[in-house]
Design a protein around this ligand. Structure first.
Ligand code: MN
Length: 210
């Protein structure tokens, strides 16, 4: 578990110092915590970032907030790869709430589905267990994130742990994808994620189905 020493909280946006720190690192892990699964109904409460040194920042979002300029600059910076688990959801959240067009993207869930065809377990908990040998505590997953200024120690721990292993998992999944000849396919899938996020916000369902 994270000891919260390499962890900081920023209010309503990345601080200028933190923005510049993340801008100098080529790969950043990102996750969001929300009030629920429907962006039109459910608020965005927390955004977590982590660099390859394990430096975690949680950004607390306030009621009615509609922009985060420093976060937008980082998420739209083509020089910084953003790694998510199930990027489609987080990218839609950032697009809907803050008009952020995230790119470039790596999704560990898509990568896992393409690479780990020997299993149907593609949740973050399963990935962290198999690839990192660590048991992730998901007990705060469905908790009340709505009062961001009063998050509990275990919620902050959970939030930090959700981004802490993504960069390492990405490296391992990349190796598997290249070994299996699926790296190009994976990249093409990642490039489609903003389109899926946009379709989700517009409430289209499965338009690629027959
Ligand atoms: Mn999370």
């Amino acid at each position: 578990m994270v000891t919260l020493t390499n962890f900081q909280v920023n209010d309503y946006d990345l601080s200028d110092d933190t923005l510049h720190r993340y801008l100098t690192t080529p790969v950043i892990a990102v996750d969001t915590e929300t009030m629920g699964l429907i962006p039109q109904r459910d608020r965005l409460c927390l955004i977590q970032l982590c660099d390859s040194d394990g430096f975690v920042t949680a950004i607390r979002i306030k009621l009615g907030q509609t922009e985060a300029p420093n976060l937008k600059q980082l998420m739209e910076s083509k020089k910084n790869l953003k790694v998510f688990h199930y990027a489609r959801f987080d990218v839609a959240q950032l697009l809907y709430h803050f008009k952020i067009q995230t790119e470039p993207i790596f999704c560990t869930k898509i990568a896992s589905k393409l690479a780990r065809t020997y299993t149907n377990s593609h949740g973050l908990k399963s990935l962290v267990k198999e690839l990192e040998g660590i048991e992730l505590d998901k007990s705060s997953q469905s908790s009340d994130w709505g009062d961001a200024s009063n998050l509990s120690e275990s919620q902050l721990n959970y939030a930090a742990n959700d981004v802490l292993y993504l960069i390492s998992i990405r490296r391992k999944l990349m190796t598997m994808l290249k070994r299996e000849g699926r790296w190009g396919l994976a990249q093409n899938c990642f490039d489609c994620i903003p389109v899926f996020a946009d379709l989700d916000i517009r409430q289209y369902r499965d338009i690629f189905e027959h």
